[in-house]
Design a protein around this ligand. Structure first.
Ligand SMILES: [Zn+2]
Length: 168
């Protein structure tokens, strides 16, 4: 095979007039240089884009940490359905946004202990008083959340819910 290829290659070279060898070689070298430069500049552009993305995400992370650090929490006391709730509201004073409202667990009205769900009932670990388990339902939680929001907005004027927070 090799023996038959070499004469063929020589025949191809022989077909190109010697005065075109140098321009041909230069042309091929220029083509390689162009391809190399194109790949290199694409790589450099991509690397810069990645570096920009990394920098932007680092800046966003710093902002997020600052926002979280600035968040404040306020606790409320709500008496409803013959029980007591201590919901908490987390808010951002600089943007006047409420970021979360957590109703928390119901508490006993007589001894203020947090009730625990035992089977179908909420039970007080201190006095043993029982309340219906339905008091942990979403509808009850929603009612507590809405009342908490009302109390909060009465005390803290101009605050609104952050996007994605349950609308009252
Ligand atoms: Zn109790």
């Amino acid at each position: 095979m090799m023996e038959s290829l070499e004469p063929k290659a020589l025949a191809i070279l022989g077909a190109i007039p010697p005065e075109l060898w140098l321009p041909g070689a230069l042309g091929i070298a220029a083509l390689f240089a162009f391809l190399f430069f194109k790949t290199w500049s694409t790589l450099r552009r991509e690397r810069r884009a990645v570096a920009d993305l990394v920098q932007r995400s680092q800046e966003m992370e710093k902002e997020l940490i600052a926002i979280r650090a600035a968040a404040q929490t306020r606790e409320f006391r709500i008496e409803r359905f013959d029980l007591i709730w201590y919901p908490t509201v987390t808010y951002l004073p600089h943007s006047k946004r409420i970021v979360s409202i957590v109703p928390g667990a119901p508490h006993c009205r007589s001894c203020f202990a947090a009730l625990s769900l035992k089977g179908e009932f909420w039970s007080c670990p201190s006095c043993g008083r029982q309340s219906p388990g339905s008091l942990g339902d979403l509808m009850v939680m929603d009612a507590i959340t809405k009342e908490t929001l009302k109390h909060f907005q009465e005390r803290m004027r101009g605050y609104d819910l952050a996007p994605g927070i349950l609308k009252a």
